[in-house]
Design a protein around this ligand. Structure first.
Ligand code: BGC
Length: 361
């Protein structure tokens, strides 16, 4: 049975297999009043499927992933997963905090990526489903131990997914710690608004509310510069097809093999929930708008997808068959004092919100 087959109730919880260590994994299937469905599993807090209506009201699954837990356990490029303790890269897995040097697990060349070898995407989260006035909710909790992947402090993490009747998937992240530590949580869903089995995303029209982006080196570590997008293939201030400039001779596009960059969001008010990006798929008419309280967003055009992942319904995911818009603090911030701060201290609460809203035109 496909993961998207959820039944008719509002929240259905069902077993989804076991990890090699014998931990039971569950799948929460949420169905809102319009018939939109989200299924989220306790392994990695992964969004396994998410449906959205086209302009004729037909729902399709718009996220890449697998039908079975085994395929996720076998390894994959973070499909739908919660990412932590630190989303994206930390150069050489090293940083110094309050004078103390820390060494993190290195899992991407010489760098630390998405929380390390066993990041939050591979944890089994505690879950609770509830029907709230605001929508259908799955609250996930994970206790990240002091020293996990090299990070200091016991971090208590909570992520609440809410599917609303306005066809939004809202994600609220919060965390507290008992020692200062960097924290940068996100979700790594790969979207294809034509449907997860529809080929490349080059015809999707993307807009990002960013006048600047953070250029990177060959290892995809930001140089520290905030570079204007004007006059570059990174100017998405007006909706532009992703494929329109992706093959241009541009050093930054070469380093990423396409787009794999953090954009510095234009903000009216720091920390407010504001529109960061939108993606429109002209054939289906599906539109996704991304709102966030975060200062940055990683636009990744699925450049490293290479046909090795056989996804839902047997679909082989090839290069650029999905795109990610990961709301975040900037990569390598623990080593970039000029970037917005990412250190959570005891007594303070980390709290961010991101909303993916779906409609059709
Ligand atoms: C990174 C990419 C990486 C991808 C999958 C993105 O967030 O920026 O470089 O390949 O995640 O791991």
């Amino acid at each position: 049975m496909g993961a998207a087959a959820c039944g008719s109730e509002s929240i259905v919880r069902k077993p989804f297999g076991k990890t090699p260590e014998g931990q039971a994994v569950e799948l929460y299937c949420l169905t809102n009043r319009n018939g939109m469905q989200a299924s989220i599993m306790t392994y990695g807090g992964i969004v396994v499927s998410l449906t959205a209506p086209d302009r004729d009201g037909r729902y399709a699954d718009v996220v890449l992933g697998f039908d079975r837990l085994e395929d996720y356990l076998a390894g994959h490029p973070y499909f739908g997963a919660l990412i932590g303790r630190y989303g994206n890269r930390i150069a050489k897995g090293r940083f110094t905090l309050d004078g103390t040097p820390y060494t993190l697990a290195v899992n991407d060349g010489e760098n630390h990526l998405h929380g390390g070898i066993r990041g939050f995407d591979k944890a089994v989260w505690q879950a609770r489903g509830a029907i709230e006035k605001t929508g259908l909710e799955v609250a996930l909790a994970y206790a990240s131990a002091d020293g996990e992947e090299g990070y200091p402090g016991n971090l208590a993490v909570k992520v609440v997914y809410t599917l609303t009747d306005s066809n939004e998937l809202k994600i609220e992240y919060s965390a507290t710690t008992d020692k200062p530590t960097p924290v940068n949580l996100t979700n790594h869903s790969y979207f294809n608004l034509a449907g997860q089995d529809s080929g490349d995303i080059l015809g999707h029209e993307l807009a990002i509310a960013a006048d600047r982006f953070t250029p990177v080196d060959k290892g995809l570590i930001p140089s520290g510069e905030l570079r204007p997008v004007a006059g570059t293939p990174f100017d998405f201030r007006q909706p532009t097809a992703i494929g329109a400039r992706i093959e241009q001779a541009d050093e930054q596009l070469q380093f990423g093999g396409g787009y794999d960059h953090n954009f510095v969001l234009n903000r009216r008010q720091e920390g407010a929930l504001e529109l960061a990006a939108s993606v429109y798929e002209p054939k289906s008419g599906r539109l996704m708008e991304v709102f966030t309280t975060e200062p940055g967003i990683q636009f990744y055009s699925g450049n490293f997808l290479d046909g090795t992942n056989v996804g839902k319904g047997g679909k082989v995911y090839n290069r650029r068959n999905g795109l990610c818009l990961e709301t975040q603090h900037f990569p390598d911030s623990p080593n970039k004092p000029a970037f917005p701060a990412v250190i959570l201290r005891p007594g303070r609460e980390y709290s961010t919100t991101t909303v993916y809203r779906f409609s059709a035109q």
